[in-house]
Design a protein around this ligand. Structure first.
Ligand code: F6P
Length: 549
């Protein structure tokens, strides 16, 4: 059992070390060591991580690695891979890594070979995907499926939509994919407005099959389908479910023969490579899906076997802890310079913030250090013309992950080199900035000089890859998963529960009848909630003056 985090030897050494190097600038680090850029680069599975533009020295890295050792990272990692119940607050194993283990690699957990279970479902998914993609699976009126609508939320949406967008280049273009997550009816209505029900397949994705948003959307989808096709028996040809809860799937009216299962040891935000990825498999085909799994698995093996000094997820995780707890950075920007990765930041928000946004340690004691940072981001060049100003010259330091590719999937003239030049230029500008002397030497009027000075010394990771493929996507996501794991291990939190989302759900269920009620009893909450509910009811009653829509 490790000592509490702030009492660990390496943590104390890092505190002293931080004071020693805090005033130093990346300009100095680079000037002192012409090899820094090459030395502080590692690669694995087609991803090159340049971490040289972080505010670290060799000593920082060595102390962070000592911290990883002192925090029992290797043991905790091995416990995860062997199926120990490391999700302590829910008493569950955490085995998303089993989802991508090759067939025939036995992993017996709680008396069951989980890899065999995984491959049984993968085979079932493959068979189904082949039948839909070939047109053999017919809808109620005998037509082949042309549209796939995934209904889910959180991990049952963000992974599928991110992966679909990421792998769109490899997807079947004659199939239309839509993703409905928000309980706002507009989401569903807009998703289906141009679809023919007789060519549409709904995938209801929900680990618990109890999520209000998803079930509300699923019921509306069922009503829409029955209304369009005029026959309730149409549901069996147009609805499939992905869930761990057979009973609830069946109660909803979906034949469990059309259900694709997974297990309580797969967390929602770690589930895109389980049956929750059925829409991904329908889009890119089983082959593409298996390629993605290979990428995930390759990064898992790297995480398990590479020494920490060479280990990409470990290095990224440790740098994240350094930036969060020593530099005091509250947020991390993730900027993909690859249009197909436009949903990656949203996906990573759930992965990182639902995992490590915790205020107590594994044994339930309050934490006296900072944990999970706020993750956010946008495709890179768009961000540059919007919020990068604050990253360059604002009063808060925002470490940024810049993700670039050497090749475009859609090469066109000079576009790609222009795009990529920005990856390097932004990292350079953030690190080195522009001094007063440099600004003055450009002939800038004295009163404008302070406005144009750029401090620099702002940390970035550059992740450079050759080209986006399913395999690469798998490796990239596993890299972030294990970086999150590394951070959670150092912080000693349960990265696999999410109790914080429960209270809002419970309160909303209490409020729903108060909004629907026509008899309008007095709401009985705090004065703000009461007056908002009263106002809502009054606005709801007001005549709608929009005219004919
Ligand atoms: O409310 C949070 C959450 O539980 C996420 O962790 C999960 O990914 C999401 O809801 C959806 O849950 P389900 O797949 O059970 O519908």
């Amino acid at each position: 059992m490790s000592a509490p985090l702030r009492q660990r030897k390496s943590w104390k050494a890092l505190e002293t070390h931080y004071l020693e190097i805090n005033s130093r600038h990346l300009r100095e680090f680079f000037a002192e060591d012409p090899q820094r850029g090459e030395r502080m680069r590692r690669d694995a599975e087609g991803i090159y991580l340049d971490y040289s533009k972080n505010r670290v020295t060799d000593e920082t890295l060595s102390l962070l690695i000592q911290l990883a050792n002192e925090s029992g990272l290797a043991l905790h990692r091995d416990a995860m891979f062997s199926g120990e119940h490391i999700n302590v607050s829910e008493d569950r194993a955490v085995l998303h890594v089993a989802l991508r283990m090759p067939k025939g690699t036995p992993l017996v957990v709680d008396g069951v070979d989980v890899v065999e279970q995984v491959h049984t479902v993968l085979d079932q998914m493959t068979d189904f995907a082949n039948r839909v993609r070939s047109g053999e699976w017919k809808g109620h009126t005998g037509k082949a499926i042309k549209n796939v609508v995934n209904i889910g939320i959180g991990g049952s949406d963000l992974g599928p939509v991110m992966a679909y967008e990421a792998l769109r280049y490899y997807s079947r273009r004659d199939l239309t994919f839509r993703f409905v997550s928000n309980v706002d009816s507009t989401d569903f209505v807009e998703a289906v407005r141009d679809l023919s029900a007789d060519e549409t397949l709904f995938i209801i994705s929900s680990k618990t099959f109890g999520t209000l948003e998803t079930l509300t959307n699923a019921r509306s989808a069922r009503d829409w389908l029955i209304q369009q096709l005029g026959d309730a028996s149409a549901v069996s040809k147009h609805f499939v479910a992905v869930s761990t809860n057979e009973e609830k799937v069946s109660a909803f009216g979906i034949d469990t023969a059309n259900m694709f299962g997974f297990w309580d040891w797969v967390g929602g935000r770690y589930s895109m490579d389980s049956a929750i990825g059925l829409s991904t498999m329908l889009a890119v085909g089983p082959e593409g899906f298996y390629e993605m799994l290979e990428g995930f698995h390759a990064m898992d093996v790297h995480f398990q076997t590479a020494p920490f000094e060479e280990n990409l997820p470990v290095l990224m995780g440790l740098l994240a802890v350094w930036n969060r707890d020593f530099l005091g950075c509250q947020t991390v920007g993730v900027m993909p310079y690859e249009q197909y990765l436009k949903r990656l930041p949203a996906y990573l928000q759930q992965l990182t913030m639902e995992s490590n946004g915790k205020h107590v340690s594994l044994d339930g004691t309050s934490i006296d250090y900072q944990t999970g940072a706020i993750y956010w981001g946008e495709p890179g060049t768009n961000g540059q013309h919007s919020f990068y100003q604050l990253i360059h010259q604002g009063t808060t330091i925002v470490p940024v992950d810049l993700i670039g590719f050497a090749k475009s999937l859609n090469p066109l003239g000079e576009h790609h080199d222009i795009l990529s030049s920005n990856v390097f230029a932004q990292a350079q500008a953030l690190a080195f900035g522009k001094t007063e002397e440099e600004v003055r030497a450009e002939g800038t009027p004295e009163h404008v000089i302070p406005h144009r000075v750029m401090e620099g010394n702002r940390p970035t990771n550059v992740l450079l890859c050759e080209i986006l493929t399913p395999r690469l996507l798998g490796a990239l996501i596993a890299l972030y998963e294990h970086s999150v794991f590394t951070q959670g291990t150092i912080w000693g939190v349960d990265s696999f529960d999410q109790w914080g989302v429960e209270l809002g759900k419970v309160l909303s269920v209490q409020i729903i009848p108060e909004l629907e009620s026509s008899s309008e009893p007095e709401p009985s909450h705090d004065s703000s909630t009461n007056s908002l509910i009263t106002l809502y009811r009054a606005l709801k009653r007001k005549e709608d003056n929009r005219g004919d829509q």
